[in-house]
Ligand binder design. Structure first.
Ligand code: IMP
Ligand code: MG
Length: 193
């Protein structure tokens, strides 16, 4: 693609994997109506595709949190900006994440959701960068094991850019992108990208 970035998971790989995850979840929750809780903004793209692959009645909700960190790292200090507007007591809740890195964000969200007395609580993450984990956390559903490189696309951003890319793209030269955050904008308009 470029020396700065390369496709890690192409849209077709993502589509297939999301379909498999949907089937697995549907099988695990048969006869129940799981509540999928996703985190804005990154998780929205994955959630939208995932719910359409789960052959069960599901409820979807969003949470929004603020992070105090730099563009690439979350420091685990979070504040809830938008909360689930439903009673989760006795419900089967699945936290849907774009990527779990250190695990700090997910641990915080899990503790918030656990406080609402759900019948069950699991995590479904599209990407799991487990090599960077600080907080022990074992998501039940994982799309792909993510290498130790920054990734963009399919909801994932660099400074709020590149979420609309259909593929998941790894950044091979993060310094080049830090110098010019719009460096990869041709990918957004190139229909063949
Ligand atoms: P954690 O709290 O360290 O697990 O960070 C998780 C959050 O950081 C994710 O939900 C993303 O919003 C963000 N994040 C972590 N790694 C990446 C990445 O490679 N690309 C884009 N966002 C990332
Ligand atoms: Mg982000």
């Amino acid at each position: 693609m470029t020396e700065v970035a390369s496709v890690l998971y192409a849209r077709e790989d993502i589509r297939r994997r999301v379909e498999e995850l949907g089937r697995t979840i549907a099988g695990d929750y048969v006869g129940r109506e799981p509540v999928l809780v996703s985190v804005l903004t990154g998780g929205a793209v994955f959630l939208a595709d995932l719910v359409r692959r789960i052959d069960l009645p599901v409820e979807t909700h969003f949470m929004a949190i603020s992070r105090y960190g730099d563009a690439e790292e979350s420091m685990g200090r979070v504040q809830i900006l938008l909360d689930v507007d439903a009673d989760l007591t006795g419900r089967d809740v699945i936290l849907v994440e774009d990527i779990i890195d250190t695990g700090m964000t997910s641990r915080y969200l899990l503790s918030v959701l656990a406080g609402r007395q759900p019948a069950s609580l699991e995590i479904c993450t599209l990407l799991d960068r487990s090599v960077r984990r600080i907080v022990p956390l074992e998501p039940r559903y994982v799309g792909f094991e993510c290498p130790d490189a920054f990734v963009i696309g399919y909801g994932l951003d660099f400074m709020d850019r590149y979420r609309s890319l259909s593929d998941i793209v790894r950044i091979d030269d993060l310094n080049a992108l830090r110098d010019d955050p719009d460096l990869l904008s041709p990918l957004l308009t190139d229909a063949a990208a």
